[in-house]
Design a protein around this ligand. Sequence first.
Ligand code: HEM
Length: 260
Amino acid sequence: MDLTYSSYLKLDQLLQLQAPRSDPPEHDEMLFIIAHQAYELWFKLQLHELEKIKRDFVANHEYGAIATFKRVRTIMKVMVEQVDILETLTPMSFNSFRDRLETASGFQSSQFREFEFLLGYKRADMLRFQRPGTVAYERLVRRLHEPSVYDAFYVFLEQRGVTIPDAVRKKDVALPTVPNEVVEEGILHLYKTQPDLEILFELMTDFDEGFQEWRYRHIKLVERSIGSKKGTGGSLGVEFLKKSLFQPIFPDLWAIRHKL
Ligand code: HEM
């Protein structure tokens, strides 16, 4: 059979995957499911693109990294904007099917956690929300123990003459990124002397800011939907989420801005 739009995109399968649980049906549950599925697809693409950025950094392909950071930054902006759609859900309409979620929660999104781990925001204790033995769990464990985008960034910087002290180069890759003053000095020098690298660093900062914006918009979404209630995943909800609110992904890039 000839390839068609539908067979190429596997639409028959894709469009079978929305299964609201409310009985009698609650109109808004479809929006809730599709919005989350759309996010999972964006997470999948982000992981794919960040893998390329890692390869670009290691291979010293500056323009490849620039092009792909432009893309991940733009996807991030779309991910932030999509929160608007969920905000058309009123607290009462969300409550009409919230019980159907039982203990399911964004906490359990293994791709979101992979996204954080791949970027270098590693929190091993977050594995406790995944079910051991599943494919998703194994993938996450692998991500925890592999070098992050930031580790690859050190390799790139070193090729550009920046000194990378052992304290960060040889740190356990399963630990989160830590800022380092020597690395910051090196980045500062490149910022001031190489306009092409300035473009890269600014794109990385855009992406980082975008991630923080997503966290803020998600918290406000949670606050307007459930107020101070606990999350379905069992956390304190808004209070828990606030802990990562201003968490930078690329701390060294933020630490030097007053010197630029
Ligand atoms: C009405 C909409 C939403 C509500 C009320 C909500 C609520 C919550 C709450 C309360 C938490 C804290 C964990 C818990 O105890 O459950 C959480 C975490 C999370 N949610 Fe949502 N959420 C909503 C929409 C979304 C959407 C659209 C996404 C997109 C993927 C999402 C992804 C996540 C992720 C990834 C976490 C873990 C965050 C972290 O560990 O820093 N949520 N959500």
